[in-house]
Design a protein around this ligand. Structure first.
Ligand code: FAD
Length: 374
C-alpha cells in the first residue's frame, strides 16, 4: 500500500506520519516551506469551527495527542490560556510549546528581559507582564531588528546559551524576589524546552518566552520539528513541485516525471503556499468552492460585505477527506486532501487554523492508508 503526500507542512506531515503508522509505504513530495513556517506559536484549534467545516471533532483529542507525541522538542501544552506575543498583543490559544506556555498563570512578580542589542522595544511592549530588566548582553552586536528568529538561530552556537544565562543572572540579581522572567523567543531553534529548563534551574525562577509574530522563531521551530518527525520515521521527502494530478490513475507528475500510488493526499496549503491561487480551480485543476469573490480587495477588508470571504474557498471533501467534484461526488476514492487547501470558515474569525491542519491531516493519512490498494 503506497501513499503519496503532497506538501510537508503541518497537515502533510501529520498525514504522512499517520499513514506510515498504519503500515503504508509513504513518500512526501514538497517544494518549499509554506504557512507552517510562519506559525506564531499559539495553536488555534477551534473545535466549534471544525464542526462547521464538517470535521467532526470526536477524533480531535486523539489527533492532538498524536502530534504532541510526534513533536517532542516542542513539548506542546494543552490550553486554553492567554499568552502575549513579542509585540505585546494578548492572544487566546488552545495549545502552545512549553517554552511559551510557561508564561501562563503568573501570580508573583515578573520582569521582562530587555535584550537591547536585538533592537526591538520588546520589554517596553510587554509592560503588561512586568517591568523591564536591562540585560547587558553585547554578544550579538548590531541590531537584528525584529528578527528574534535570527537571534534564536545564533543562540544554538557554542557558548551562546551560557553567555545569555550569565547576563540574565547578572541583570536579575539586584531585583530581589521574583516569580519569573519573560524573554523574547530566542532560546534556539531545536531544543527550546531543554534550554528553558536549564535556565529555570540555574536562575531559580520561572522562565518563559513570548509568542512570535510573523515571520518568527516559533514557525521555524515547528518546521524543523516536523522535518525531524519525518526523518525519525524514515519517510522519504522528495524536493520538487507536483505539476499535475491524474486523479483517475492516482498519479502525480513531479516536474515531468510520473509517480503512481494507491492513494494521494493533497496537503498543498492555501494561497500563500501555492495550493490555491485565487481562481475557481486549483493549480492542480480541482474545483474551488465557494467560488472566490470577484472583488478581492473587498474580500480581505476586516469590515464589509465580504468579510473573510477570500479565505473560505478551497477543496471540498467528504468525512473521509476524499476530494469532491462540482457535482458533489467523490472525484476518486483514492484522492484525499487536508489542511489549508480545504474550504471552510475564515481561520482568523473562527480561531481555527492548526486544528484544521491537524485533524484533517490525521484523518486523511488514516483513510489513505485504510483505503486499500487501487
Ligand atoms: C502568517 C501566518 C501565521 C500563522 N500563525 C498561526 C498561529 O499562530 N497559530 C495557528 O494555529 N495557525 C497559524 N497559522 C495557520 C497555520 O500555520 C496553517 O493553518 C497551517 O500551518 C497549514 O498547514 P498546511 O500543511 O495545510 O499548509 P502549508 O504549511 O502551507 O504547507 C503546504 C505545503 O505544500 C507545498 N506545496 C504546495 N503546492 C505544491 C505542489 N504543487 N507540489 C509540491 N509541494 C507543494 C508548499 O510549498 C507548502 O510547503 C498562520 C498562518 C500564516 C499564513
Amino acid at each position: 500500500m503506497k501513499v503519496i503526500v503532497v506538501g510537508a507542512g503541518l497537515a502533510g506531515t501529520v498525514a504522512a506520519a499517520r499513514a506510515h503508522g498504519l503500515g503504508a509505504q509513504v513518500v512526501v513530495v514538497a517544494d518549499r516551506p509554506g504557512a507552517t513556517a510562519l506559525h506564531g506559536g499559539g495553536w488555534a484549534i477551534g473545535p466549534a469551527a471544525l464542526v462547521a467545516q464538517g470535521l467532526l471533532p470526536q477524533r480531535l483529542d486523539e489527533a492532538l495527542g498524536f502530534v504532541r507525541a510526534g513533536l517532542p522538542a516542542l513539548a506542546l501544552t494543552r490550553g486554553p490560556f492567554a499568552l502575549y506575543d513579542t509585540d505585546g498583543v494578548r492572544r487566546a490559544v488552545d495549545m502552545a510549546p512549553a517554552s511559551h506556555a510557561a508564561a501562563r498563570k503568573r501570580r508573583g512578580r515578573w520582569l521582562v528581559a530587555d535584550l537591547a542589542p536585538l533592537g526591538h522595544p520588546f520589554a517596553e511592549m510587554l509592560g503588561a507582564v512586568g517591568a523591564p530588566v536591562a540585560v547587558d548582553w553585547p554578544r550579538w552586536p548590531g541590531a537584528f531588528g525584529r528578527s528574534f528568529a535570527a537571534a534564536a538561530a545564533r543562540f544554538d552556537g557554542v557558548g551562546e546559551a551560557d553567555a545569555l544565562l550569565a547576563a540574565l543572572a547578572a541583570g536579575l540579581a539586584p531585583h530581589g524576589e521574583l516569580e519569573g522572567v519573560l524573554l523574547p523567543p530566542v532560546l534556539g531553534l531545536d531544543q527550546p524546552e531543554v534550554h528553558r529548563a536549564v535556565f529555570e534551574e540555574a536562575l531559580g525562577i520561572r522562565v518563559a518566552e513570548a509568542l512570535g509574530t510573523t515571520p518568527g522563531t516559533p514557525g521555524l521551530r515547528l518546521h524543523r520539528a516536523l522535518e525531524a518527525w519525518l526523518a525519525r520515521l524514515e519517510i522519504p521527502v522528495r524536493r520538487g513541485r507536483v505539476t499535475a494530478l491524474h486523479a483517475e490513475a492516482c498519479q502525480v507528475e513531479i516536474e515531468g516525471r510520473l509517480e503512481g500510488a494507491d492513494a494521494v493526499v493533497l496537503a498543498v496549503g492555501g494561497r500563500l503556499s501555492g495550493g490555491l491561487d485565487g481562481s475557481e480551480v486549483t493549480p492542480l485543476c480541482l474545483p474551488v468552492r465557494p467560488r472566490p469573490p470577484l472583488d478581492k480587495v473587498a474580500a480581505v477588508r476586516s469590515r464589509g460585505p465580504y468579510w473573510g470571504r477570500l479565505f473560505e474557498g478551497g477543496l471540498r471533501v467528504d468525512d473521509r477527506m476524499r476530494v469532491l467534484g462540482l457535482d458533489g461526488g467523490v472525484i476518486d476514492p483514492h484522492v484525499l486532501a487536508a489542511g489549508d487547501v480545504l474550504a471552510g470558515p475564515d481561520p482568523v474569525a473562527t480561531r481555527c487554523a492548526s486544528g484544521k491542519a491537524v485533524l484533517s491531516g490525521y484523518l486523511a493519512g488514516e483513510n489513505a492508508a485504510k483505503g486499500g490498494p487501487r
